[in-house]
Design a protein around this ligand. Structure first.
Ligand code: P6P
Length: 351
């Protein structure tokens, strides 16, 4: 039984709407179903859509203009910053810093919190974002994405927000989602209430149109997604879980297929639609894993669980972790409920 109280059939349940619904219309309808809504969250979601369109425009022409290649700078993760990374990072900041809806921001690309400039009003929300995840794939024309996570502020006083507003539990998110720059540009987001919806950009009119209403992840999949190059660095439980998925057993649908793009937004998007499990486990070299709790794990975990799946560190629910550092990393297993529950059994030594 998924978290929505229904047991999805084996094929992904993607309700393709018959009528044309723009994201602006959809956001407005959602707001009207919340009596007393201030409209601030709607405004933030409109700005996410705008930011996604601006970044999509540059990504689409990346191969044609000198926007490829390195900037020669290194980000807080010690990774080479790509020019498109820079552009995407600036897009988020410039589109949100004057909205009057945020009290503070944080970017996966920047060490410290990003304050709202004194000349602008502060608001009641907090935005964390990974401006262009998977950017090492840019030059290979592989799908990449932007990830966002929104909380209500917890500090009082109306002025600028603090680290306290940023270091949160994923379960406190009020909205989360991603923009996938793939064969088409898609915006997928949730504001909770068991609803995840996908919008596809029609570049000819510059509108995100509802294309995947009420996405529900299958209870069990047949795909696993993991970088098996690290097999010899994996802990025993993880290695045995992979071996279990690779055994031949028709009744339980094994062996699973392996799919790994190496771009989290693309791998999670496929998992959301087709089911199965995406995992970036801890290894002997990096026991805490690689992916960041606040910018990647929490928003993706909210989406997966709102679509009826499960997201775990292998030992505990990702959404229940209290963040203690802005860029902390976390091992993660997320996807179809049955597949993640099985992974947890192996991680915990029960199998
Ligand atoms: P690896 C991309 O660099 C990223 O942050 C995620 O998008 C992706 O899932 C992961 O790292 C890939 O890491 O170690 O498999 O190359």
């Amino acid at each position: 039984m998924s978290s929505k109280g229904v047991t999805p059939t084996k094929t992904p349940i993607i309700t393709r709407p018959s009528q044309i619904v723009t994201i602006d219309r959809y956001i407005l309808d959602q707001e009207q179903s919340h009596p007393g809504a201030s409209g601030d969250l709607s405004g933030l979601l409109y700005d996410i859509a705008l930011t996604g369109k601006m970044i999509a425009r540059e990504v689409r022409k990346a191969g044609l203009v000198d926007i490829l290649g390195q900037t020669g700078t290194i980000n807080v993760q010690g990774e080479e910053v790509q020019k498109l990374d820079d552009y995407a990072h600036e897009c988020f900041i410039k589109n949100f810093d004057h909205s009057g809806r945020l009290c503070v921001m944080a970017s996966e690309e920047e060490e410290e919190p990003i304050p709202i400039p004194d000349k602008f009003e502060c608001g009641n929300y907090v935005l964390l974002f990974d401006p262009l995840d998977g950017s090492s794939n840019i030059d290979a024309n592989v799908s990449i994405g932007s990830i966002f996570s929104i909380y209500r502020r917890i500090t009082e006083g109306g002025g600028g927000g603090t680290l306290e507003d940023l270091l949160r539990k994923g379960s406190e998110q009020v909205a989360a989602g991603y923009v996938l720059y793939g064969s088409s540009t898609m915006l997928v987001y949730t504001t909770g209430r068991g609803q995840v919806d996908g919008f596809t950009l029609d570049p000819s009119i510059g509108e995100f149109l509802l294309s995947h209403a009420d996405i529900t992840i299958p209870d069990k999949g047949k795909i696993y997604s993991c970088n098996e190059g690290y097999r010899n660095l994996l802990f025993d439980g993880t290695r045995r879980f992979l071996e279990h998925l690779q055994e031949v057993d028709k009744d339980s649908g094994r062996p699973y297929s392996a799919r790994y793009i190496g771009s989290m937004v693309a791998d999670v998007h496929r998992t959301l639609l087709y089911g199965g499990i995406f995992m970036y486990p801890g290894t002997e070299k990096a026991p805490g894993g690689k992916l960041r709790l606040l910018y990647e794990a929490n928003p993706m975990a909210m989406l997966i669980e709102q679509a009826g799946g499960l997201a775990s560190t292998g030992k505990e629910p990702i959404l229940e972790l209290q963040a203690t550092e802005l860029h902390q990393r976390v091992p993660l297993f997320m996807g179809s409920k049955q597949d993640v529950e099985l992974a947890i059994e192996f991680e915990g030594g029960a199998r």
